[in-house]
Write a protein that binds this ligand. Structure first.
Ligand code: FCB
Length: 472
């Protein structure tokens, strides 16, 4: 691959999320989130693990920042655990929890690393789930309060705010499919959750701007779906369009254009009457954004099931809900084709180029940031203690080249965050999947340089992609 150069001010970073790395789940007044509860449910997590200890970053953040400084990254995307900030149902501020993020932020700044803070990376306080969770409207208002508290305290130091990480996962994996916390399977509730997440974002942006000033940089991170039709038949194209509406436009429409596509209502008419959508909500959601964060890992191929017709309302409501995609009973996903990552996901770098360009064509003024991209492989520690993760290096190289192609074609992408800084708790997969540039020995908490970290270090230092194989 010919080396590709990136602009000098391009932001190279790494990303993590609170529940995946922090551990210390009862320290300094933190109370349970839906993930603590979900992890205790037998069978919910592949290896029975939880985030109770994870990478212990709550205590080791200075060591991890030192690693990032050595890596040379300019930004760290971390998330703030809501149940550390407001651990009780009355929403009282827990100063000790807030102080942790204040120290983390200061330490990043002292190392010249820009703090990119996500307010919600899936760890809803359990007391809010007990009160209805995201399907309940009040959760959005509570998020607005939480955002105001954090922005009031850290607003002068955070480089970029991200309200929500991947609301697709919160709504559909959490409430439709049940693979993620809180593990509910209720498609009408999942659609209400989607809307209330949008509303939470809008209220959050307003709170950040009110507290941190109108120049605060605000964003949201979406895992936009790249969907390919199995054939070029009209039916398969329709399947793609329907999934794009429920997977992508349900966020992009209200966030960026202040409206829901009417077809979203007809696609899901047998699931929900959308009575949770109230007058004035779209204006609350449609707030100015400094940039859009995009997470990309893989693409999917889909088709319309032959002869399938959507169920009617009584049928749909009279049997258990299945799958992550509300209203999409007649559509099916084809098995991914290899080579796959350890997650079973395909590797399709061109999907990243296409995705960035398609968003850019629709919203030419909008700045973009790749807020997550990376891969899990079954890393082996060599006899000399090192990890030679050639496949991850190749994945990174191919996707960063794809990013470069999108930028060369005009997409205004300002940064890229490798997922992840370190191996960590990979949600329902527990500790069985490793995404880190650094390995973690979970017995000793030692961080181990992988070849991918060396490769990324060379890229960050020079602004130019090194040879894909570090041995070359
Ligand atoms: C994304 C999540 C992130 C991580 C990666 C692998 O969906 O945002 O926390 O688990 O997948």
């Amino acid at each position: 691959m010919t080396p590709r150069s990136f602009p000098a001010d391009f932001v190279w970073g790494t990303a993590t999320a609170a529940y995946q790395v922090e551990g210390a789940t009862t320290a300094d007044g933190r109370t349970p989130s839906i993930w603590d509860t979900f992890c205790a449910r037998p069978g919910a997590i592949a290896d029975g693990g939880s985030g109770q200890v994870a990478c212990d970053q709550y205590h080791r953040y200075l060591d991890d920042i030192a690693l990032m400084a050595e890596l040379g990254v300019k930004a760290y995307r971390f998330s703030i655990a809501w149940p550390r900030i407001q651990p009780t149902a009355d929403g009282t501020l827990n100063q000790a929890g807030l102080d942790h993020y204040s120290r983390l932020t200061d330490a990043l700044l002292a190392h010249g690393i820009a703090p990119v803070a996500t307010l919600y990376h899936w760890d809803l306080p359990q007391y809010l789930e007990d009160a209805g969770g995201w399907p309940a409207r009040d959760t959005a208002a509570r998020f607005g309060d939480y955002a105001a508290v954090v922005a009031g305290a850290l607003g002068d130091r955070i480089d970029t705010w991200t309200t929500l990480n991947e609301p697709w996962c919160s709504a559909y994996l959490g409430y439709a499919d049940g693979e993620h916390a809180p593990g509910r399977r209720d498609h009408p509730a999942a659609l209400a959750a989607a809307h209330h997440l949008n509303l939470a974002h809008g209220l959050g942006v307003q709170a950040i701007r009110a507290q941190a000033g109108g120049t605060a940089r605000t964003s949201i991170t979406l895992n936009l779906q790249v969907l390919r039709p199995a054939t070029d038949s009209a039916a398969d194209q329709r399947a793609v369009a329907q999934l794009e509406r429920i997977g992508n436009d349900i966020w992009l429409g209200p966030l960026l254009d202040g409206r829901y596509d009417e077809r979203l209502f007809s696609d899901t008419a047998h699931v929900s009457d959308w009575s949770f959508l109230r007058d004035g909500d779209l204006a609350q959601i449609h707030q100015p954004l400094s940039l859009l964060g995009i997470n990309y890992y893989s693409s999917s191929t889909v088709r319309q099931r032959a002869g399938a017709v959507p169920p009617t309302w009584p049928e749909a409501h009279s049997r258990p809900w299945r799958g992550a995609w509300p209203g999409c009973e007649t559509v099916e996903f084809l098995p991914p084709t290899g080579p796959l990552t350890a997650m079973g996901w395909n590797q399709d770098p061109s999907g990243l180029t296409e995705l960035l360009l398609s968003v850019h064509r629709r919203w030419p003024e909008l700045e973009l940031m790749v807020t997550e991209n990376g891969s899990a492989f079954d890393d082996q520690v060599a006899d000399d203690g090192s990890i030679h993760d050639r496949e991850r290096v190749a994945y990174l190289a191919a996707h960063i080249e794809a990013l470069g192609q999108a930028m060369a074609a005009g997409a205004p992408v300002r940064g890229y965050f490798a997922w992840s800084l370190i191996d960590n708790f990979e949600w329902a997969c527990g500790y069985t999947k490793r995404f880190g540039l650094f390995g973690v020995d979970f017995q000793t908490q030692a961080r181990i340089w992988k070849d991918s970290a060396r490769w990324y270090q060379a890229l960050v230092r020079t602004g130019q992609t090194p040879a894909a194989d570090p041995a070359d």
